[in-house]
Every structure is written in C-alpha cells, then in structure tokens.
Design a protein around this ligand. Structure first.
Ligand SMILES: Cc1cc2nc3c(=O)[nH]c(=O)nc-3n(C[C@H](O)[C@H](O)[C@H](O)COP(=O)(O)OP(=O)(O)OC[C@H]3O[C@@H](n4cnc5c(N)ncnc54)[C@H](O)[C@@H]3O)c2cc1C
Length: 497
C-alpha cells in the first residue's frame, strides 16, 4: 500500500455527518471522496418474488423527494466542511468501481445493514472493486451496537419482551456515545482538478418515479399533513430540537404517542432515522440531557423503549434474513389461507373499504407518505386478518408510499400484525373498538373522510349501522356518498376467534 491513503465513503442510508462510523473512518485517510449512488434498481416497478409473486412500485414520489433533499443537504454539509459529494446514477457496483479506479482508492468505507437487498448491493460492490481497493464496513444504524448486546445476534429472542429485559438488565450494555462530526481531509486530486465530475443531483422525475411529472407539486404536501417532512440531516436535527427542547413534548410522549392528529403527539423522527439523517444514538443523548436538565419520567423512558423496538427488528433481520419477507414468515405458518383479492386490496389502497378508521388512515398515507403507529397497526391488521389479503401486498404498498420506509421496521411490523412474525400470540385489532378509543369524537376520520362530517361519532365509525332512513336524514347514503363496507366485519372477526 502507498503511504498516501485515499478513501471513498459510500453514503447509503446514513445520510449524515454526525455520529457516522463509516464517514469517520474514511476521514482518517489523506484524502476522501464521499459518493452517493442513486441506484436505478430502487426506482420503478419491481417484482416481489416467492409464491404468487406480484409487481409493485419500489419508491413513491414522496420518499424519492425526501432522499433527493437529503442528498442535497449532505452535499452542502460536506462542502461546508471543505469536501464534496460525488453523485452518480447507475448501479452502485459500477459507480464505485469506476470512481475507485479514477482516484486510485485504497479503501471504500460504507455502513452495513441486516437486510438482504442491502447485503447483496454491498457484495456486488465488493466484487466489482479494482484490485488494490478493499471494502470496509461499519455497523451504525442501531441504538445498541450488536457487539455490545448481552447475546449473539443469532441468539436474539424472537419476542420483544425477553430481548428488552436482557438488554436493559445487562450491566455493560449501553448505547455508545455519538461521534462528533469528523474534520474532513481534502477530496482526491482527480475531483479537485476537474478530471472527475461531482455529478448533478437528479429530481424524482429524472429517477423515473411514477406520478413524478411535477414532483414539486408534492411539496408542500397536503395541508392536513402532520409535518411537511423535508429531507436532510439539517432538518432532522432541527426536528429533535423542536420536539424535545422548544416544544417540550417529550415529557408527555407516553400519554400522547397513540394520537392521530397534529405534529407533536409523537416525535415524527422516523423519516430521518430511516434514511440515516438522524442517528439513534444522538437522539438518545438528547433524551439523556433532557432527563438531566428538565425531567426524567415514564415518557422519557418510553422514547428509548420505542427505539429499542426499532433495534429489535434490525437484529431480527440480521438473525432470520430473507425469511422475514416470506409469506409464511419466521413462524413458517402454512395454515393461513391468503387471498390475492385485487378488489379488497385496491379498496384498501384507495381508502375506500367502507370502514372509516381504515380509510382515513390510508387516505392520510396516500396524501402525505405518513401514518401514525396506531393507524399502521389497524390498517395492516385489517388487510391481513379481516380481509386475509396476502400481507406482503400490503407491506409492499407501504414500501412504495411511506416516507419513513425501512425494510426491517416495515416488513417486521407487517409480519407481526399478520400473525406470521415476532408475536407468539395470534392477536388482531378490533378496528371499530380502536376507532372509538383513539378517535372518540371522530375528528380524525372526519379530517380524512370529510363526507362523514354530518354524522355523530358512533355512526362516523360504523356508518353501516345506519338504517336507510337515517342515512337519508344525515345526508350520507352508503354506496353514494361513502362506500358500503367491502366485507362483513362482524363475520370476519367470527372467523378469527
Ligand atoms: C405495519 C407497520 C409498518 C411500519 N413500517 C415502518 C417503517 O417502514 N419505518 C419505520 O420507521 N417505522 C415503521 N413502523 C413503526 C412505527 O409505526 C413508526 O416508526 C412510527 O409510527 C413513526 O412515527 P414517530 O417517529 O412519530 O414514532 P415515535 O412514536 O415517536 O417513536 C420514535 C421512534 O421509534 C421507532 N419506532 C417506534 N415504533 C416502532 C415500531 N413499532 N417498530 C420499529 N420502530 C419503531 C421509530 O424509529 C420512531 O421514529 C411500522 C409499524 C407498523 C405497525
């Protein structure tokens, strides 16, 4: 190896300069070139393999916008630090091999993830690198480092509670301190001299995202959105300051987290965490500072509890790999009769099932790219348990549309709700009971299904219980103003009991 070391940092779903292991290691070289690759495989239509495979759109316009904004923000931060970000649009293997060759790189640093697609992309890059360039990976996306867990990843329990107890009670198991933003060495000469082009950042339209002909039209999003969700580390860090310190909402998080309306019932950190604009260890440090300076209570504990759920799913995928994406799940359940019903699936996607709590949540998702945790649990349980539509179709739709899509969190939660994943019990949600409990005055369903506005809350949640005369009297006629239910809900629960 030459004395002079040149490193590439392949930015993946770690689009930040704070607390970034891969970047920090790369920045120890004599020169470093950060590279982000828009992989065409992540955009456009894709096939979901396995039994009864189906096609789905990999990335919807809102998440594409979030990624584009995050990459732009990262480039600005790196330029402020005296460096740059090279942006390419081809397969990561081709792009990184080409850049490594052009700058005569000794090493490529990148973050490592537990999920198969991310693993395959890394393996392809490693195989394509020129002789003399090695790939070095770092784990950095979880609150707890896998090496600090009290058990090997292969032995992580398949249910959350024993995992949490083991982690919380292990004497030496603590989240690591976040790393400071590293001082950056210069870019390699080839970029500085103009022999290599830094590349332009594409728009969602350039990426070929469906419905993105006027992608700017999706920003700002629907005025009913809980937040605009602008991409990038700058905005992610701002959201932490805003939610924790300025608006002082952490002290009530446990009481408000099951809310449905407004920006502050929960943290809304998920899009920034999912794209790595925010580090979970940074969030944890802010929570600890808040506990010292303001208050330590069940709410401050609970945010860490939820971040542990996030870790749990990451480690589950590290343990079980692609089994989590299979229809029978890690429980290998071949006793469930799934249907591929397009009628039920399409009604669910459009938010026209005739079950208002489900419809309101799906309409919010379609209009904004976000849905609350309470909504996700109910929407998923309804499709998988009541409709018995192959849960992978619902999960793939969430994959397309969610701004905060994360493979392990999405497919892990879906499998869990669909009774094929990390839940030993065969639980399901009673969507009407949930609606009455969490939306007692029906404000939420009326926000997203305004045609139900004239109804008192009990009918707004169960419009099918109105007689034809009552429908006329309220001016909400089923089948005309609002859909008839796509299925007999009571009968579907009978089958589940
Ligand atoms: C069917 C289904 C699909 C989901 N898909 C995703 C997904 O693709 N990406 C995603 O980040 N979350 C997903 N979740 C988890 C959860 O709904 C969201 O993380 C949460 O609603 C985001 O809002 P928030 O940041 O305000 O959460 P908060 O309540 O403020 O929680 C703080 C953070 O903890 C983490 N978290 C909370 N609950 C969970 C959970 N159940 N599983 C994993 N992490 C959690 C998130 O990173 C979140 O940002 C899914 C849940 C369900 C039921």
């Amino acid at each position: 190896m030459s004395e002079h070391e040149t490193a590439l940092w392949w930015a993946r779903r770690d689009l930040r300069v704070h607390d970034n292991y891969a970047l920090t290691h790369a920045a120890r070289a004599d020169d470093v070139l950060p590279v982000y690759v828009f992989d065409p495989g992540n955009y456009g239509e894709r096939e979901y393999g396995g039994p009864e495979s189906f096609a789905f759109e990999k990335t919807g316009v809102r998440r594409a916008r979030f990624v584009v904004e995050s990459v732009r923000d990262l480039r600005e931060s790196l330029r402020d630090g005296g460096n740059d970000l090279l942006v390419a649009r081809e397969s990561p293997a081709r792009a990184l091999a080409g850049v490594a060759e052009a700058v005569d790189a000794d090493v490529v640093y990148c973050e490592r993830y537990p999920t198969p697609e991310e693993h395959d992309a890394r393996a392809a890059v490693e195989a394509a690198l020129p002789e003399g360039t090695r790939l070095a990976t770092r784990w950095g996306s979880t609150l707890y480092h896998p090496e600090d867990l009290p058990m090997a990843v292969a032995d992580v329990p398949d249910t959350f509670t024993p995992f949490r107890r083991d982690v919380e009670h292990a004497p030496d198991c603590e989240p690591r301190d976040p790393l400071d933003e590293p001082a950056l060495p210069p870019v390699p000469d080839a970029l500085a001299d103009g022999d290599l082009d830094a590349g332009t950042i594409p728009t969602p339209t350039d990426l070929g995202v469906a419905d993105a002909t006027d992608w700017r039209a999706v920003a700002p999003t629907d005025e009913r959105a809980v937040l605009p969700f602008d991409g990038g580390e700058t905005r992610g860090l701002e959201r932490v300051r805003e939610y924790v310190w300025q608006r002082d909402r952490l002290r009530q998080y446990k009481q408000t987290r099951n809310g449905l309306l407004g920006s502050d019932y929960s943290s809304k950190f998920s899009p920034w965490l999912a794209h790595g604009c925010l580090s979970p260890r940074y969030v944890n440090r802010e929570v600890e500072a808040y506990e010292r300076e303001r208050v330590a209570n069940d709410s401050t504990y609970w945010l860490g509890f939820e971040l542990l759920w996030r870790d749990f799913f990451q480690f589950q995928f590290a343990k079980h790999g692609s089994q989590h994406f299979q229809r029978d799940g890690i429980r290998e359940r071949d006793d469930v009769e799934w249907t591929g019903s397009d009628r039920l699936l399409d009604a669910w996607k459009r938010g026209e099932t005739g079950v208002p709590f489900v419809d309101a949540n799906m309409r919010e998702l379609n209009a904004t790219g976000y849905m609350s945790n309470r909504g996700r649990q109910n929407a998923a349980s309804f499709l998988a348990n009541n409709c018995r539509v192959d849960w992978r179709r619902g999960a793939a739709y969430f994959e397309t549309v969610l701004v905060d899509y994360d493979p392990a969190s999405n497919y892990g939660n879906w499998a869990y709700q669909s009774q094929v994943g990390n839940d030993a019990r065969d639980s399901y949600f009673d969507v009407v009971k949930q609606a009455r409990r969490y939306d007692s005055d029906a404000d939420y369903v009326k926000r997203w299904c305004p045609e139900l506005e004239p109804l008192p809350p009990e009918y707004a949640h169960e419009p099918w219980t109105m007689t034809p005369a009552e429908q006329e009297a309220h001016g909400v006629v089923l089948g005309e103003d609002y859909p008839e239910p796509v299925l007999n809900l009571a009968a579907s629960y009978e089958k589940l009991r």
